[in-house]
Design a protein around this ligand. Sequence first.
Ligand SMILES: Cc1cc2nc3c(=O)[nH]c(=O)nc-3n(C[C@H](O)[C@H](O)[C@H](O)COP(=O)(O)O)c2cc1C
Length: 168
Amino acid sequence: MKKTAIVYGSTTGTTESVARMIAGKMGVLDADIYDVGRLKAGQLDNYDFLVLGTSTWGCGELQDDWYDGLQFFKSMPMEGKVVALFGCGDCESYSDTFCDAMGLIYQELKQSGCHFVGAVPVADYQYVSSQAVVDGRFVGLAIDEMNESEKTDTRIDAWIACFKEAGL
Ligand SMILES: Cc1cc2nc3c(=O)[nH]c(=O)nc-3n(C[C@H](O)[C@H](O)[C@H](O)COP(=O)(O)O)c2cc1C
């Protein structure tokens, strides 16, 4: 497996716990899991594969720590890195902005030279609108622990299976 880091931004702990579930299933060690709000310069430079997670707050906005987090990623060497995104949201109360923050990170980093993997078909989701949908697919894994927590495990498994097939 490529040297992998998982980075999350989480206000009430949901995205952190999903990050840890993903880590457990991918075999990523605790030492390679980072809170985006506590990153230090150079800390991610030696990783090949970055799994980045955010929740969505406000009305389709980034999780707070990701505002500085985006600057961190924009100022580090991203050329050649593989990036997979995941996002936590609420498709019932925020159906118009479901997991938007994942789309915001995608838009901000797509010119950085990294290569995105892990787009997910929308068929399994009920929502009205999402900035995280590009060309008919979520740019990463959308998770809804508020309304569809029973689907989280299977969704993560299917997502990770794609990485393994791609040799990541
Ligand atoms: C005030 C507020 C605003 C929210 N806005 C959105 C939103 O625009 N889109 C969405 O999908 N989820 C939204 N959510 C749901 C959160 O993203 C969801 O609860 C998430 O699991 C929180 O993750 P965290 O604890 O890791 O920050 C909102 C929740 C709250 C309380």
